[in-house]
Write a protein that binds this ligand. Structure first.
Ligand SMILES: N[C@@H](CCC(=O)N[C@@H](CS)C(=O)NCC(=O)O)C(=O)O
Length: 208
C-alpha cells in the first residue's frame, strides 16, 4: 500500500518524513500543500487533514499521522529500519527527537521563515532565534564528537529528525562551518543509499 505525504519542499519537518520514506525505498507520493498561501490555516485543512494545522501529514491506507516524530516512529515500526532496537535505544531516540523539535528545529525553522520567506531582515527576534539555534547545534556537535550518529554507530530516526533543516544551507542564516562534527555527520547521512536533498524530494512553493 502506497504512502501519501502532505508536504512542501521548503518544509524541513516534512523532509524528515520524506527522507525516511526514500531511505526505506517505500513507494510514496507527495501531496503539495500551499503553505505560503495559508492552506494549513484553512478550516477545510484543519477539518479534513490535520486539526493541528501543520505539515507534514502521512497517510497510509486508513491511517493518518501528523507530527514528524510520530511519522518517523510509525515508519520505523512498519519497515523495521532505522528504529530503536532496545528500550534504552527507544528512550535515546525519543530524547533527541524531543530535543530536536523543541530546541533545534523550532528555532531554526522560525528563523529561516522570518529571514528567507517573510524577509524581515535582522531584528531582535531573529537574533534571539539564531542564538537559540546555535546553542542547540553546539550541543548536537559536542554529542557527535564521540559517536558517528546520534544514538551510536548506525543512523536512526533521531538523526533524520535533527538533520531536517540542516541541508537548506545558506537559507538558514546560521553558519554551520564551525560545527565540524555536525558537518561530518551530515556527510554520513548524505552517504546513506537513497539520500536526496529536500528540493529533490518534494514540490517547492518558491522555485529558485
Ligand atoms: N512539531 C511539528 C512541527 C510541524 C510544523 O511546524 N510544520 C510547519 C511547516 S514546516 C507548519 O505546518 N506550520 C504551520 C503553522 O505553524 O501554522 C512536526 O515535527 O511535525
Amino acid at each position: 500500500m502506497n504512502f501519501k505525504l502532505h508536504c512542501f519542499g521548503e518544509s524541513g519537518n516534512a523532509y524528515k518524513a520524506a527522507l525516511m520514506l526514500e531511505l526505506c525505498r517505500l513507494k510514496w507520493q507527495p501531496v503539495w500543500v500551499d503553505f505560503f498561501n495559508g492552506a494549513t490555516r484553512s478550516p477545510e485543512y484543519r477539518a479534513t487533514i490535520n486539526e493541528m494545522g501543520e505539515v507534514p501529514v502521512l497517510e497510509h491506507g486508513e491511517k493518518k499521522f501528523s507530527q514528524s516524530g510520530v511519522i518517523l516512529d510509525y515508519l520505523a515500526e512498519v519497515t523495521r529500519k532505522f528504529g530503536p532496537k532496545s528500550d534504552d535505544e527507544r528512550r535515546e531516540v525519543l530524547r533527541w527527537t524531543l530535543f530536536d523539535n523543541h530546541k533545534l528545529t523550532a528555532n531554526l525553522a522560525s528563523l529561516r521563515f522570518l529571514m528567507q520567506f517573510a524577509k524581515t531582515g535582522e531584528t531582535p527576534v531573529t537574533e534571539f532565534l539564531r542564538g537559540r539555534a546555535i546553542n542547540a547545534l553546539k550541543i548536537v556537535d559536542k554529542h557527535l564528537a564521540d559517536m558517528p550518529f546520534m544514538i551510536g554507530k548506525r543512523a536512526t530516526i533521531a538523526d533524520f529528525s535533527l538533520c531536517g533543516y540542516l541541508f537548506y544551507g545558506d537559507e538558514l542564516t546560521v553558519p554551520l562551518e564551525t560545527h565540524v562534527h555536525v558537518l561530518k555527520w551530515l556527510d554520513r547521512i548524505k552517504s546513506l543509499p537513497g539520500w536526496k536533498h529536500p528540493y529533490d524530494l518534494m514540490p517547492r512553493s518558491n522555485p529558485a
